[in-house]
Design a protein around this ligand. Structure first.
Ligand code: DON
Length: 329
């Protein structure tokens, strides 16, 4: 419930204390395993753990390994979807990829039986489709376009881990299979290899929990980075993106997440989770030990506590505009 962490109407100390308490309580949990199916992903410090909160009035508060770099992996899917919506318009994007939760694992080779299209942009099939859509507008300039926007959301220039990218590209046979199937259902078009290459590269972008918090805050702040004032994402695209994050962002745990945490979010097998409290704040967590569905164990725990104790669940009766940020204001 909303009592254990008392957030008084005094800004920073309360945020810091609340975050410190969450970090401290989640730290002892060393259950879960680091992803190894992409060999390079195994090369991380398994017990690293960072949390960061970024408010839409440009305040940041971080704890633990919030500045440690890791690959964004599927967290990129939320942001690339937002860009595709802006570039092609929602009708064209919806013609290629749906918005229904699949209930299947992120790398499932399955399409919506009604439409023949990928279920949603948060699973691999949908995200590869989205990469094809961005390439249909920007061609070989697609990576630069995406990097510029992602960097704008993070408020600093982001880069790619060449090692993880190479590892992804060398071992991404399942994603290649999905890419070729997308051609058969008309969700993607030839040539598919550059589209897959863009997908692998976007998964390999290096970020920190702090970056994710700022990127989340940019979505929370209707597309404008609250730290730099840069307008990064289209406002209508942000609304659609948050909606799909809410229903599909946490793999086949999305239904439970909506119930328990109630925050639009996206997780990645690198151990990152971004969460967005609309018009209030962005939250980034990093801890690379994953549960069986591919979600960060400590990340899940931290979000559960934050949602509960800060009253951030979208349907929390006290959430009439978060007390947290109301207090900070
Ligand atoms: O497609 C893959 O295997 C990864 N590069 C992305 C994985 C990930 O984070 C899970 N996604 N939904």
């Amino acid at each position: 419930m909303n009592a254990a962490v008392d957030i008084p109407y005094a800004p920073h100390p309360a945020l810091e204390a609340g975050l410190a308490s969450v970090h401290e309580r989640c730290l002892p949990d060393t259950s879960g395993e680091v992803a190894t199916y992409i060999p390079e992903l195994a090369n991380v410090e398994p017990d690293a753990f960072g949390i960061a909160l970024a408010t839409i009035d440009g305040r940041l508060c971080a704890r633990g390994d919030a500045e440690r770099a890791f690959t964004i992996q599927s967290v990129s899917k939320a942001f690339s979807y937002c860009l595709a919506l802006e570039l092609l318009g929602r009708d064209e994007v919806f013609r290629h990829v749906g918005v229904e939760p699949s209930g299947d694992a992120f790398n499932a080779i399955v399409f919506d039986p009604r439409t023949g299209r990928p279920f949603n942009p948060m699973v691999n099939a949908g995200a590869i489709t989205v990469c094809g859509l961005i390439r249909s507008v920007h061609g070989d300039g697609a990576l630069d376009f995406v990097m510029e926007r992602f960097s704008g959301a993070a408020g600093r220039p982001l880069s790619i881990s060449e090692d993880v990218y190479r590892s992804e590209a060398l071992t991404g046979h399942r994603n290649r299979a999905i890419g070729h199937l997308l051609l058969t259902v008309g969700a993607a078009s030839e040539p598919i290899e550059p589209t897959l290459d863009l997908y692998f590269k976007l998964c390999s972008i290096l970020v920190t929990a702090t970056d994710l918090a700022r990127m989340g805050a940019t979505l929370a702040n209707i597309g404008v980075n609250p730290f730099t004032g840069e307008s990064v994402f289209d406002v209508a695209a942000v609304r659609d993106t948050l909606s799909v994050m809410f229903t599909c962002g946490m793999y086949d745990y999305s239904g439970n997440w909506a119930l328990d945490v109630g925050v639009p979010a996206k997780s990645g097998v690198g151990g990152g989770i971004v969460g967005v409290i609309n018009r209030q704040l962005g939250i980034g967590t990093y801890s690379p030990r994953l549960d069986r569905k591919g979600n960060s164990v400590r990340g899940l725990a931290a979000f559960r506590i934050l949602a509960d104790e800060f009253g951030l669940h979208a349907f929390e009766c006290t959430n009439y505009g978060s007390e947290l940020v109301r207090g900070v204001g």
